[in-house]
Design a protein around this ligand. Structure first.
Ligand code: NAD
Length: 437
């Protein structure tokens, strides 16, 4: 397998183990560190660490050429102490049970950090949506819901979009579930189109939550973001919204990257509107250097080492590793992606005095607005975007302040503090519930 193939297959070539295995190890180590700060007992750890349910399904789907292909899919409910499971569904060739379990684990503590009454869950199907027709994707999605019908539901486990899935897929989920229960049930899934009782503001919510975190870090509104320089890795939902909103707030976006490469500004910053238009038209930033305002870096990962104030990794896991953490020059790493920094790299960044706003806080805007979507679905009454953004800002600011105060209290990093806050809340809810026997 070539290096390019290994990278595209999401294999961590720096450590010779699969990316999903190493993110799981990182997540466990962070959990154990926080458990020590909280002095948790073995009983408490046992109650909240392991997933409560992992389901594997084989999904026979009729393809356009008449053949039947059997896809492997997963749904993991990590914890339900604080509410029904909540978490996206990933359609990607590299999905594995390990990866889905790690993502579900993060969802539990992410929901707890932002204080929403939901547990942690995640799903995935091993498939390549880019190579499937709409009909094949619809058949796969409906079969996934039919096979997992008993473990999904508004009071059980509520899916949402993730890498490879979108509002269209969420619509098929809502329709399949509603047909099965013979009842209109929009609250079974979030991230739906506005026309299908989705929430205003959901599309940009993760980037907006990240913006609120960066503002809080910078002491906003006392200190404006005006003039801060930023580099963003990944230009999908999270990366493009983060870049756009930070730029609207006065930041200068000096570098952008996606799967096609990394592009850096030749002058005072990249025009994000132009980059978005280009990416929409060409389906990626490939060739964007010909627009005149930017040059393309020879090594795309060098975007992580740019001389900027704020670095936003918003693409994949395991991007900042022990190999490049020493070269990061940003003062702040605002994690848009899940698990972009390995455990060892996180320690190196801390030693170098670089602040990291960790994923389970920094990218929690998406799940927060998913929660607001569920609330609206249950009421059957819909807010405008201004109202949704207002609530999101309240949620993010409160969570940021709690994590920052916890970091100060225990003299620990924001990452460790976020785990401390999340784990403490899940443990407390579990203890109030007690064990059903
Ligand atoms: P997406 O599929 O919309 O975008 C991913 C982007 O990363 C694309 O621009 C792609 O070209 C780019 N990319 C892929 N490989 C790359 C590489 N090697 N180098 C640079 N760029 C690369 O996905 P998304 O929804 O934006 O999610 C990105 C990350 O954020 C994931 O880790 C996801 O789990 C996490 N996340 C997403 C949300 C959400 O609301 N979408 C919420 C929380 C966390």
């Amino acid at each position: 397998m070539s290096q390019a193939d290994r990278q595209s297959n999401n294999v961590d070539i720096t450590q010779g183990k699969s990316a999903s295995a190493s993110v799981f190890e990182s997540a466990e180590k962070h959990f154990d560190d926080a458990a020590k700060v909280l002095k948790l007992t073995m009983n408490q750890i046992a109650t909240v660490k392991k997933p409560r349910r992992s389901v594997i399904v084989n999904l026979p789907v009729r393809m356009d050429d008449g053949t039947i292909h059997v896809f492997e899919g997963f749904r993991v409910l990590h914890n339900k102490a604080r509410g029904p499971g909540k978490g996206g569904i990933r359609f990607h060739p590299d999905v594995s049970l390990d990866e889905v379990q790690t993502l579900a684990f993060w969802m539990t503590f992410k929901c707890a950090v932002v204080g929403i009454p939901m547990g942690g869950a995640k799903g995935g199907v091993i498939c390549d949506p880019g190579k499937m027709s709409d009909r094949e994707l619809e058949n796969l999605t409906r079969r996934y819901v039919a096979e997992l019908f008993e473990v999904l539901g508004p009071d059980v486990d509520i899916p949402a979009p993730d890498v490879g899935t979108n509002a269209r897929v969420m619509g098929w989920i809502m329709d399949t579930y509603s047909m099965q229960v013979h009842r209109h049930t929009p609250s079974v899934v979030t991230g739906k189109a506005i026309e299908l009782e989705g929430s205003a503001g959901r599309d940009g919510a993760t980037g907006r939550g990240l913006l609120y975190c960066v503002r809080r870090w910078a002491g906003y509104p006392a200190k404006q973001l005006h003039g801060l320089t930023v580099a963003v890795q990944g230009f999908g939902n999270v990366g493009s919204w983060s870049a756009r909103l930070l730029s609207e707030d006065g930041c200068r976006i000096m570098g952008l990257s996606d799967i096609s490469g990394a592009y850096v500004s030749k002058d005072s910053g990249i025009d994000i509107g132009a980059a978005q238009e280009y990416a929409k038209k060409h389906k990626s930033l490939d060739g964007f250097e010909r627009s005149g305002n930017v040059t393309k870096l020879k090594h795309p990962k060098e975007i992580l080492e740019m001389e900027v104030d704020v670095l936003v990794p918003a693409a994949l896991e395991n991007q900042i590793t022990h190999q490049n953490a020493g070269k990061v020059k940003a003062r702040l790493v605002a994690e848009g992606a899940n698990g972009p920094t390995t455990y060892d790299a996180d320690r190196l960044l801390a030693e170098r005095g670089i602040t990291v706003i960790p994923d389970i806080l920094c990218n929690a805007g998406g799940v927060s607005v998913s929660y607001l979507e569920t609330v609206q679905n249950r009421m059957g009454y819909y807010w405008n975007e201004e109202r949704v953004n207002y609530d999101l800002e309240e949620i993010m600011n409160r969570a940021f302040d709690t994590v920052r105060d916890t970091a100060t209290k225990y003299e620990i990093t924001m990452r460790k503090a976020a785990y401390v806050v999340g784990i403490q809340r899940v443990v407390t809810s579990s203890e109030f519930r007690g064990l059903y026997a």
